[in-house]
Design a protein around this ligand. Structure first.
Ligand code: GLN
Length: 305
């Protein structure tokens, strides 16, 4: 497969779309990011890397971080985690509160904000410095020792994060947060604010394509079974209430974020990350989804073979 040609064609298809949609502005710092940008990077499990466009530009990973916090929590908690968070697609926006009351404070899945807050809570229980533990994990698996938080973004979100705060308090009222609400929120805003490039995110996600093992160094993050399950949750829940449409168009497990990044996995083969800041109504990158649809069409990579 000539992946460089594939990525160049994705860049070609995506570039005219990079002004469609809108940059996330409910986090004021994110509204400052310029539209018109697109990057893509692909890492094979043997470490070979291909890229096109702004693949080395760092952006706010936002909810893509939830792939990594879930991996850490699943490793620490095992299947006990599923007593506190479900595995069903929500069919509601990522920041919706409506199901929480009906579901008695058990979020539908770990990728909607409510579920990610519970996942972050488990990390707050396990680590003295949970934000640093998440950052260290990302530095280790991406091989980029200077990956960091963007404190302006974290503070901006904290200053406008009333919905997430309401959600965290609501979950706490059902007894499904063990640690301090403000500490959970602070840790959540911090890990969402981490900045990485497409190349760094594709490399960091390689263990999800490689049966749970980081190819460079050989460290096992998750068991092969847990990795298959993680991929299943990515496929069904990773792009929120657009997950059905994304599965139809792209057919790969993936995680998106409102910074405009999307990481997708071809199990056993590769991880790919696209980035373009303008979003559709579901909070997924317009050009990013279109580029991945083109990737799937060109390569026939899909879990639905
Ligand atoms: N930090 C963002 C929030 O909590 C993440 C949302 C996202 O990327 N979908 O709203």
């Amino acid at each position: 497969m000539d992946y460089q040609r594939v990525l160049d064609e994705m860049l070609h298809v995506a570039t005219p779309l990079t002004h469609q949609g809108a940059v996330a502005d409910y986090i004021p710092e994110l509204a400052r990011v310029a539209s018109g940008q697109f990057g893509v990077a692909l890492c094979l499990v043997d470490g070979t890397t291909f890229s096109a466009g702004a693949a080395d530009t760092r952006f706010s990973i936002q909810s893509v971080s939830k792939l990594f916090t879930l991996s850490l929590a699943y490793r620490l908690e095992g299947d006990a985690l599923w007593r506190r968070v479900g595995r069903e697609p929500s069919g509601t926006p990522f920041n919706s509160l409506v199901q929480l009351e009906i579901d008695h404070g058990i979020p539908r899945n770990p990728f909607v904000n409510a579920g990610a807050l519970v996942v972050t809570d488990t990390l707050c229980s396990h680590y003295a410095h949970p934000s640093l533990a998440i950052l260290d994990f990302l530095r280790e698996i991406s091989g980029a020792g200077d990956v960091n938080f963007n404190s302006a973004v974290a503070e901006s979100e904290a200053g406008h994060g009333h919905r997430n705060a309401a959600m965290a308090h609501f979950i706490k009222s059902f007894g499904n947060l063990a640690t301090d609400v403000d500490a959970v929120l602070q840790t959540y805003f911090q890990h969402c604010s981490i900045e990485m490039s497409c190349v760094e995110l594709a490399r960091a996600a390689l263990f999800v394509a490689n049966h749970g093992v980081v190819p460079h160094g050989g460290k096992a993050i998750l068991t092969p079974l847990a990795t298959r399950r993680l991929n299943a949750i990515l496929l069904t829940c990773g792009t929120y209430n657009a997950a059905g449409d994304f599965a139809f168009k792209v057919g790969l497990p993936a995680k998106s974020g409102v910074g405009g990044g999307i990481v997708a996995i071809v199990p056993g083969q590769l991880a790919i990350c696209v980035w373009s800041p303008t979003l559709d109504e579901y909070g997924n990158s317009v050009a990013g989804v279109a580029a991945l649809e083109h990737f799937s069409a060109l390569t026939a990579h899909s879990v639905f073979q």
